[in-house]
Design a protein. Structure first.
Length: 705
């Protein structure tokens, strides 16, 4: 009998760069020690990207802060964290200082909060370089760029002048143009994507072997997200860096990661190769997260969502933490905690009743995939809302202080559209294109420079404040950040009832009853009514904001990024809620977002905006299946699809949009356009009808060469 050939060496059999074993974290609180991590086991191998996913409150960031010992003196960390041959938990503060930045570096979630607003970008990057290479040496002979890079890699001392040279190189490496000028600027002068790149440049200053990226693309435009993800992949290819990618977006993990670890309530519930978990998720929580994902390549009427939310650490009970939200829980799940055990195909799972097969995981989704939702266009007489040639210019003073020259910033530059009764009209585009300004013009928060807004056939723009008080009974606004939109000193039920008090509607005794009834219709429990905003989850806060806007029973609802930065399951809950309320109350909606996956599921018609102008307007299905403007095509190609290994043609937009203060002649998109021609530099295209209600502002779409 022939001998069996030797088994191939699996990646899991290689020696890990980082090994975390039985990691627990407790915090000292006024009521005693509170456990937030429960025996976490993780490993990261050389040159791999590990995706760490889970809803907010699952313990992802705490895990990575613990491995760098950044949780502060009130945290008690136990277990084993081994980096190469070092046990990190045994290192003293001097040894930790040597390790941070040089061996392990971290890119924090919010770059604006992490960067110092009073220091230039250059100074902050230079400080990172000098910090990671020792005290700067005096009278040092100026080396070449390659020599500087070698010195930093060996942690040798460099001068401030050398560090500035290296700062320019790092800025170029992360794709920031005009590095010398950018180094002189402050964080507020850069876009969100630019600031995120600056954070990555600072993290790379010490040539670390392990980079921790904590939600590096949360709330970024899809084009900037695509650039950041491509940069992460390049870092792995070029310098062999290992990366822990913390995110709640499984689509991002599918495009970037080699292995995946799913966290819930401070525990790893499933981990393994990305392809294996996506093709056959076995833990009910993983299956629920995947089923909740929005996809740009399809749409369904009702999205799947995991009911409930992640419990806080002080709400933890005996047994499996996911049991109250699990659809396949057993009796023993209420009393026993499942251990993480290795299963088939190199995957590990912590579940007493693991499932198998993708079809079982996506029961709700599969039932709806074969019956795509068809929008019914509303044509009931005249439109409810019309905007005619809206312009909004802000006068700003350029550099030069009091004596600087004033110029017009063209936030909205000649926009016209109408919204029929019962219709949802979407406005999409990158940050700074003018979407939110349009919303504020519709509600007279900003006064138009010129143009008109019509509501129910009557002109409402330019009316005095006293007249607007009655109009706002019929038009309501849902702001982007629910916590900022709520009064943190008022109880939830009082805030929802407040519009009735302001407009003196119904009796005092009726107001609280109406608010409670509306909150219940939004699936909020009675115990939340007397809580304060900070005591609710992000999804619950968004429901409260919606209830406050809807209690007056408006005809028009303007939603400004209502689901940005929410977990995928909570996002699905909010979208399903909006869909249900719209049908029940016959709502007309203007839906503003930079996430085209959400827009596809919500809107009948969509307008794509770029630098104050609409560049394409079309019915939803036509726009997503047959877009005509190159900007729309680039936006659609940048959206990740949750299928590991899927090869898609990407259109990368180079650089940032030009300044709306000094717009270039011709088409304002031409400098980022991959198909621009000479005519694009000479003549600015107007929005013209193309076919079947589709309008496009592009010379090439209309056959001009």
């Amino acid at each position: 009998m022939n001998a069996k050939p030797p088994e191939p060496v699996l990646k899991s059999q290689r020696k890990p760069l980082l090994q975390i074993s039985d990691l627990t974290v407790d915090f000292d609180t006024p009521t005693g020690w509170l456990r937030c991590l429960h025996g976490v086991d993780l490993e990261v191998y050389p040159g791999e990207i590990l995706g760490l996913v889970g809803e907010s409150g699952s313990g992802k960031s705490i895990t990575c802060m613990a491995l760098m010992k950044l949780l502060g003196p009130r945290a008690r960390i136990r277990g084993n964290i081994r980096y190469k041959k070092q046990d990190i938990l045994t290192l003293d503060e001097n040894e930790l200082t040597q390790m941070r930045g040089r061996d392990i570096a971290m890119v924090f979630q919010d770059p604006v909060m992490s960067l110092n607003p009073v220091h230039t970008i250059g100074r902050q990057i230079v400080e990172s370089i000098i910090y990671n290479t020792g005290i700067p040496a005096l009278n040092h002979t100026k080396p070449t760029g390659e020599q500087i890079a070698g010195m930093i890699e060996k942690h040798q001392r460099v001068t401030g002048r050398d560090a500035r040279i290296e700062a320019e190189r790092l800025m170029s490496h992360v794709g920031i143009p005009e590095t010398k000028q950018r180094l002189k600027e402050y964080p507020h002068q850069l876009s969100g994507g630019m600031n995120q790149r600056v954070m990555i440049a600072m993290a790379l200053a010490g040539r670390p072997q392990l980079l921790i990226a904590d939600e590096p693309t949360t709330a970024l435009d899809v084009t900037i997200q695509a650039q950041i993800l491509e940069l992460i992949r390049e870092l792995r290819r070029e310098i062999g860096m290992s990366i822990i990618l913390i995110t709640h977006d499984l689509s991002v993990v599918a495009e970037t990661s080699d292995r995946l670890a799913v966290m819930y309530c401070g525990r790893i519930v499933e981990k393994g190769p990305v392809e294996k978990i996506f093709s056959n998720p076995r833990h009910p929580y993983t299956r629920g997260l995947l089923a909740s994902l929005l996809r740009i390549d399809r749409r369904i009427d009702t999205l799947y969502s995991i009911e409930g939310s992640v419990p806080a650490p002080y709400e933890m009970t005996q047994g499996c933490a996911f049991e109250p939200r699990c659809q396949v829980a057993l009796d023993r799940c209420k009393s026993d905690q499942p251990a993480l055990k290795t299963g088939p195909e190199g995957c590990s799972i912590a579940c007493f009743n693991p499932q198998s097969g993708k079809s079982a995981a996506f029961t709700v989704l599969n039932k709806q995939e074969g019956v795509p939702h068809v929008f019914q266009q509303k044509q009931n007489g005249q439109p409810l809302l019309e905007a005619a040639d809206l312009l909004k210019y802000f006068r700003i003073r350029k550099r030069g202080g009091l004596f600087g020259k004033e110029k017009n910033l063209k936030a909205v530059d000649g926009v016209s559209f109408s919204v029929n009764r019962g219709e949802t009209f979407g406005i999409v585009g990158e940050s700074g294109c003018g979407k939110s300004t349009i919303a504020r013009l519709l509600l007279n928060i900003h006064t138009p420079t010129s143009g008109a807004v019509m509501f129910n056939g009557r002109k409402i723009s330019g009316l005095p404040p006293a007249r607007w008080r009655k109009i706002r009974l019929h038009m309501q606004y849902v702001f982007q950040n629910p916590l900022d939109a709520l009064d943190r000193r008022m109880k939830i039920i009082d805030q929802v009832a407040e519009p009735l008090l302001i407009h003196n509607i119904v009796s005092v005794s009726m107001r609280r009853n109406m608010a409670a009834e509306l909150l219940r219709s939004m699936d909020l429990k009675n115990y939340t009514f007397d809580r304060y905003p900070h005591e609710l989850s992000g999804g619950q806060q968004q429901r409260v904001v919606l209830a406050r806007a809807l209690i007056l029973k408006p005809e028009l609802l303007i939603c400004d990024e209502p689901t940005s930065a929410l977990d995928v399951s909570i996002q699905a809950q909010v979208i399903n809620l909006l869909t249900r309320l719209r049908k029940q109350m016959n709502l007309t909606m203007v839906f503003i977002s930079h996430d085209l996956s959400i827009v596809r599921h919500v809107c009948e018609r969509v307008a794509v905006m770029y630098l104050g102008k609409f560049v394409e307007v079309a019915k939803s299905d036509l726009l997503f299946n047959s877009s005509a403007h190159p900007y729309t095509q680039a936006l659609l190609s940048a959206i990740p699809i949750p299928e590991p290994g899927l090869n898609r043609k990407r259109i990368f937009l180079e650089g940032d949009p030009p300044s709306p203060i000094d717009l270039p002649p011709g088409c304002s998109f031409r400098m980022r356009c991959h198909i621009a021609r000479q005519i694009c530099a000479e003549d600015r295209p107007e929005l013209k009808s193309l076919k079947d209600g589709q309008s496009v502002a592009c010379h090439l779409a209309h056959g001009k060469a």
